[in-house]
Design a protein around this ligand. Structure first.
Ligand SMILES: [Zn+2]
Length: 300
């Protein structure tokens, strides 16, 4: 006798090109896919999953998967073409090619037809849903605290960011950099979850009393660190500290000008004086030289 015995009834010898047992009628091609439900691939979080093919038939099954509708280059199978021996099982990888996801992509379902020995068994479709993982978007580009005088209450600004992905984004921390004067609101509790298509607002502060022009650097701003997104973000922060403490550095970099606005009267000389360095100008200070002091300015 040629061929293999039918494993269902053991009453028939099957030839290689038979599709059904001539005695019991059972199908020679029988493949089960595990998991049976939808497979979900998520960029960043789960871009790769395994799928098992059980060959419960009597013949070797050559399998390939074919996308129904427009072909997609977002999903690939490794290997994409394989043979599962009769009674055996094989596992393959379904891989999402994250680099090919369009910027505005959120989620989409793809159905693949399972082709076994060039036939498509009924109900043997593989459904794969692709979702974008967390996708942070900075809604604040730069923080400008404006002019802050020493002694003022801390200047507050709002830092805003959103999640354009289809899955929640975990915000792990927001850290100030570039000097102690930059701070994140103290009551804010990290980590925090930002739902899909939602945003968050965080108050950031500039405390002029902690400003030090020697430690304040060009790289001042806020580092944004995520729990489930690899690339941290940075929002730069600027402000102008108004202070009467003129440092050596200020004088070397800029010209210090003193602007006098004095009027002479019989009582002496009185008016205002203002200091000016670059674009910064101090509040006017009153200055007064009583008449009796005139002799101090006379040169011998
Ligand atoms: Zn049979």
């Amino acid at each position: 006798m040629n061929g293999t015995e039918c494993s269902k009834c053991r009453q028939w010898y099957l030839k290689n090109n038979d599709k059904y047992c001539g005695y019991c009628g059972s199908s020679l091609i029988s493949v089960d896919i595990e998991p049976s439900g939808e497979i979900i691939l998520i960029s960043q979080i789960a871009p790769r999953k395994k799928v098992k093919f059980n060959n419960t038939g009597n013949a070797d099954a050559h399998i390939r998967l074919e996308c129904i509708g427009t072909a997609t280059d977002l999903i690939r199978f490794s290997p994409d073409d394989f043979t599962v021996r009769a009674g055996m099982q094989d596992e393959i990888d379904i891989i999402l090619d994250e680099d090919k996801l369009p910027d505005d992509f959120t989620e989409q379902e793809f159905i693949f037809r399972c082709i076994v020995n060039n036939e498509n068994p009924k109900d043997k479709n593989l459904s794969v849903k692709v979702k974008t993982g967390p996708k942070p978007v900075l809604l604040t580009e730069e923080i400008d605290f404006g002019e802050i005088k020493k002694g003022d209450i801390p200047a507050k600004r709002t830092l805003e960011l959103g999640n354009k992905g289809a899955t929640p984004l975990t915000l792990k921390d927001v850290r100030a950099a570039g000097g102690n004067h930059l701070q994140v609101e103290k009551d804010f509790k990290f980590p925090i979850k930002i739902s899909a298509n939602k945003g968050i607002k965080i108050q950031v502060l500039w405390d002029s009393n902690l400003y030090n022009s020697e430690t304040g650097s060009e790289q001042a701003g806020f580092h944004i660190i995520y729990g489930n997104y690899d690339k941290p973000d940075f929002i730069s922060a600027k402000g102008k500290a108004l202070t009467f403490d003129v440092t050596q550095d200020d004088i070397q970099k800029n010209i210090l000008e003193l602007l006098f606005d004095l009027k002479g009267t019989s009582g002496g000389l009185a008016g205002n004086v203002r200091a000016k360095i670059g674009e910064w100008e101090s509040e006017p200070k009153k200055l007064c030289f009583p008449a009796s002091m005139n002799q101090l300015f006379e040169t011998p």
